[in-house]
Design a protein around this ligand. Structure first.
Ligand code: PPE
Length: 305
């Protein structure tokens, strides 16, 4: 269960956590058209709090809404300001921020043109998404029987609420089979993404990840590609097959919630030596140094509260 904080921001006001309720006619509850973000704020080494890549996340929220033809009744600046303010009001040094844009109550049926657009921002403490042990020692993945969204079925660049039913089906299937996380293939059989993360492999020192088409192009994925290049590592944004994943020297997942989580096994095949490899470890520590404000080159990615 999520640990309660004091305040939630809803439609322009901070209200007590327990009062942030919605009507059962809320359109998004019925049909899944809504968009959201996940953003992390970290306590930096000097004791301050910084939100990681805040403007990129809020920009993606607006991009998601644009794709879905939802007009957000606030500006990007306003929502960035709320993300800063909610951490102060809730007294959170570290938190996961969840902006959610949803269609409110009133209209039923599949033309939501007149639905009120509502916006919430919630902040709570979220530890290691795939477990502390997973973050340290690596997780076990299962290939899902469910195919990831095809670009003619869903808009994959939009972080749309309804897109996540496919993720839930895959995640639950993996957990029930005793794995930590699901990896999904696209309709042609290439590795696309995990239920809530992008996937990277490393072979002979070269990184590979799915091109940004047909997946959610993660902000963590982008950060890792930048860090890798600055560390002098070669990366390719190229599709790869499941056998390539099995044969990787190293593999890892990236996401705001999952951060940089090593993969130690896929479908009962050990990846590399079955523990986080040297490049994964290097990128993981580079990532944590950046989010904790210890790398002056990436201060531009931090919005200090
Ligand atoms: N793919 C999917 C499908 C996805 O949901 C995420 C984030 C990513 C890739 C990575 O994107 P980014 O966070 O920008 O690096 N998943 C979010 C939701 C997790 C949840 O369970 O809720 C997240 O990590 O915040």
């Amino acid at each position: 269960m999520v640990e309660k904080a004091k305040w939630i921001w809803l439609d322009g006001n901070f209200i007590p956590w327990d009062e942030a309720r919605v009507h059962v006619l809320t359109h998004t509850l019925h049909y899944g058209l809504g968009v959201f973000e996940g953003i992390r704020a970290y306590e930096t080494a000097d004791g301050r709090t910084a939100i990681f890549r805040l403007s990129e996340h809020i920009r993606r929220l607006f991009d998601s809404a644009h794709i879905m033809q939802i007009a957000i009744p606030f500006s990007r600046n306003e929502l960035e300001g709320v993300c800063m303010e909610i951490l102060r009001l809730n007294g959170q040094k570290e938190a996961y921020l969840r902006p959610l844009v949803f269609l409110g109550a009133g209209v039923m049926g599949l033309n939501p043109a007149d639905s009120p657009v509502r916006v919430a921002i919630i902040s709570w403490l979220w530890g290691a998404y795939l477990g502390e042990e997973g973050l340290q020692r690596g997780v076990r993945l299962k290939t899902s029987a469910f195919t990831r969204h095809h670009v003619r079925v869903m808009m994959t660049m939009s972080k749309t609420v309804g897109n996540y039913v496919n993720s839930i089906l895959a995640k639950r299937e993996a957990i029930q089979a005793g794995y930590d996380e699901a990896v999904l293939l696209d309709n042609e059989g290439y590795v696309s993404e995990a239920s809530g993360e992008n996937v990277f492999i490393v072979r002979d020192g070269v990184l590979k990840t799915h091109p940004s088409t047909g997946i959610l192009p993660g902000i963590t994925r982008d950060s890792i590609l930048t860090l890798a290049s600055d560390l002098g590592l070669r990366s390719k944004e190229e599709r790869f097959t499941l056998d390539e994943l099995y044969l990787a020297d190293e593999a890892f997942l990236t996401g705001t919630a999952a951060e940089v989580t090593p993969v130690r096994e896929v479908d009962n095949r050990t990846i590399g030596l079955g523990r986080p490899g040297p490049i994964t470890q290097k990128l993981q520590s580079a990532f944590f140094a950046v989010v904790k404000g210890q790398d002056p080159r990436y201060q531009k990615w931090l919005a200090y509260v």
